[in-house]
Design a protein. Structure first.
Length: 521
């Protein structure tokens, strides 16, 4: 106490020597800001009340310093040699110095700051010196081995191996019983999955995704005509971007292997396209006639090769070519000479031989082109192939059926019977198949001609000619395929032509029938 008062007295000696006490105290290294109510200067007499007021101000200020436990004025603790406990604002995180491995135990000999103890909520952070291969314990500051568990959805559980890797930063928190860590997940991808290059995420395996013979994944199609009147078709991602090798960028296409009943998936990871190469490549389409090109992909030994295919011809002989994905096919390189329907045309300079293919979709020109093979406009429709899309030759709608027993008499030219059925096609490209069964009679030596036909357009195909001698009863069947190039309602009928002595439905109780259906072109 006496020493302390002596120090104060010495300070006031400095005051009488001309020092400004207020300024001197503000520069104290402790960083405590104090002030006095009276500034005493040289040549003046210090009043006792003023001196005591300054004393009291200093005592009150120092009572609020760090030594008294009030720390609001402290701006730096760099000189501390003993860490503050968490209850006084210290950290619960300690740095483990140079840990070592002893069997399945991680040994942390010391921590910074010191004073680590097995206290609930205390954390030690260290850099692992080895990869764990089984369960793991940890010993910090020689306080004994304690289990090191990992966090999981079901609660803390023992490590099994591989959760901690060499040079990995590990944060272990004591929960009152064991230490817990939250390591990078050690996940082994199952069938169809893989990890990305940095092993931070699980993604679809682009070589063998988790699907069977299914629709393509992430597929989109683009089709357009360029300034040179060529048709272009691009395989793109579902969002319209070009395929890439990133985790979200490939387009995955399945191919059935008819030899072993298995499926192969091929990833398209770069721009892949086909164009018609030269004007004149009509693929069998006709001037001013609606047409559809099917877009397919071949698996050419692990490389996707696109192709175009015209599956139907509306005239002069109506025909539908199948797209049978269970049978490997070969291709022809597209060029100005690509003028045949039913041929797979691959990019110019590229052909495939007996390779599996998959249907990707189709494009349409609903009104055709003024000059077939000169693509002066973009397609009117681009359709991805999928579960609800019919293949060439498949029934789109129908059959629709009708029957009639009304007599149709002779006529020198084809006339429609009352055996009729209407249908409204869903596409101008699609075809209408007509099937009719009739009952007729001829007298004398007349002949009868029966055919299917469209009201307003006349008879077509499948003509049945009957030569008669005397009174003869007949039954017969007629069939035909029509290309109405229309999405308006059309009516089909059984048509009759006779020299004068034949008719249909002329026999008592006779009845004729007709059915129609729309088929995919």
């Amino acid at each position: 106490m006496k020493k302390w008062l002596s120090t104060i007295a010495a300070s006031f000696l400095l005051v009488t020597a001309g020092f400004n006490l207020h300024s001197y105290i503000r520069e104290a290294k402790a960083g405590v800001t104090c002030s006095v109510p009276f500034n005493l200067t040289n040549g003046t007499t210090a009043d006792a009340s003023q001196v005591m007021a300054n004393y009291n101000a200093l005592i009150a200020c120092l009572a609020n310093a760090a030594a008294a436990g009030v720390n609001n004025d402290i701006t730096s603790l760099l000189g501390l040699t003993t860490p503050l406990p968490p209850s006084e604002g210290g950290s619960t995180v300690f740095i483990g110095q140079t840990p070592t491995a002893s069997g399945n135990t991680i040994v942390v000999a010391s921590t910074t700051p010191s004073g680590f103890s097995y206290t609930k909520g205390y954390t030690v952070v260290f850099i692992a010196q080895a990869t764990n291969v089984a369960t793991q314990t940890i010993n910090v500051n020689n306080q004994g081995d304690v289990n090191l568990f990992k966090q999981s959805p079901s609660g803390p559980t023992a490590l099994t191996g591989g959760e901690i890797a060499t040079n990995q930063i590990v944060s272990a928190t004591y929960d009152g019983t064991e230490f817990q860590t939250n390591p990078v997940p050690n996940v082994t991808p199952s069938f169809g999955l893989s990890t990305n290059a940095s092993q931070t995420a699980i993604q679809i395996n682009t070589n063998q995704p988790p699907y069977g013979f299914d629709s393509p994944v992430n597929l989109g199609l683009q089709a357009y005509a360029d300034a040179g009147n060529l048709l272009h078709v691009n395989i793109v991602q579902a969002n319209g971007q070009a395929p890439s090798a990133t985790s979200t960028g490939p387009v995955l296409i399945p191919f059935s292997n008819p030899n072993n009943g298995q499926v192969s998936w091929v990833a398209v990871t770069a721009s892949t396209s086909i164009n018609t190469n030269a004007t004149g490549a009509s693929l069998g389409s006709l001037n001013n006639t609606p047409f559809r090109f099917w877009i397919v992909a071949f698996n050419n030994s692990g490389t996707v090769v696109p192709a175009l295919f015209n599956a139907s011809v509306p005239t002069p002989t109506v025909q539908v070519y199948p797209l049978d994905t269970s049978t490997p096919q070969s291709s022809t390189a597209v060029s100005a000479a690509a003028t045949s329907p039913g041929v797979f045309y691959t990019p110019n300079g590229t052909t495939v031989s007996s390779q599996p293919f998959t249907i990707l979709g189709y494009l349409e020109y609903a009104n055709g082109l003024g000059t077939a093979g000169t693509y002066a406009s973009n397609p009117t429709k681009i359709q991805l192939f999928g579960p609800s899309i019919k293949k060439p030759g498949d029934t789109v709608q129908g059959p629709f059926f009708n029957q009639d027993a009304t007599l149709v008499g002779p006529g020198g030219s084809y006339q429609a019977s009352r055996v009729q059925q209407g249908i409204t096609p869903t596409s101008k490209v699609n075809l209408i198949e007509v099937h009719g069964v009739w009952a007729g009679q001829c007298g004398g030596s007349d002949s009868m001609f029966v055919a299917p036909g469209r009201i307003g357009a006349g008879a077509f195909g499948g003509i049945n000619i009957v030569g008669a001698a005397g009174t003869v009863d007949f039954t017969g069947m007629v069939e035909g395929i029509d290309a109405p190039a229309s999405v308006a309602s059309n009516t089909y009928a059984i048509f009759l032509k006779s020299g004068g002595g034949c008719s249909i439905n002329s026999l008592a109780g006779s009845n004729s029938t007709i059915s129609v259906r729309e088929i995919q072109g």
